[in-house]
Design a protein around this ligand. Structure first.
Ligand code: 5GP
Ligand code: ZN
Length: 115
């Protein structure tokens, strides 16, 4: 737990969030500023600042994050229509919260390449 980290506080429950799914590894919440009809954030319970800090020991956790995203997409009815999963890393990619999180977006046509 990083005491200055917004997502550590959400995981700990000291800041409220709309939770969609929780398991031993991750908490999935609704994004406060949704960019699509479904915009969820898959947040690992353990604080990792960016993808640059991943180690081989995190491989299972990153897999669990993707499986959680796919489960939420399936539960919400988007598995066949399609969905997008994105990690933003550092400034040029638009990362604003420095605790890794996998964005899950679905429910509208998503252009490619992204902006
Ligand atoms: P990033 O820009 O780091 O890739 O994504 C951070 C995301 O967290 C943004 O989409 C932003 O809307 C969301 N966010 C920021 N603060 C809060 C909050 O307090 N609660 C929730 N649920 N989402 C937040
Ligand atoms: Zn954190």
């Amino acid at each position: 737990m990083n005491g200055d980290c917004l997502f550590c506080k959400i995981v700990a429950g000291t800041i409220p969030a709309s939770k969609i799914l929780e398991d031993d590894d991750v908490v999935v919440i609704s994004d406060i500023n949704p960019q699509a009809p479904l915009h969820a954030l898959v947040i690992p319970r353990r604080h990792i600042a960016t993808l640059n800090a991943l180690t081989p020991g995190d491989d299972a956790l990153v897999g669990a994050m993707h499986r959680a995203a796919a489960k939420v997409a399936r539960d919400k009815g988007y598995a066949d229509r399609g969905f997008r999963t994105v990690f933003n890393t550092n400034a040029e990619a638009g990362q604003t919260v420095f605790h890794i999180h996998l964005h899950l977006l679905a429910g509208r046509g998503l252009s490619w390449p992204p902006g």
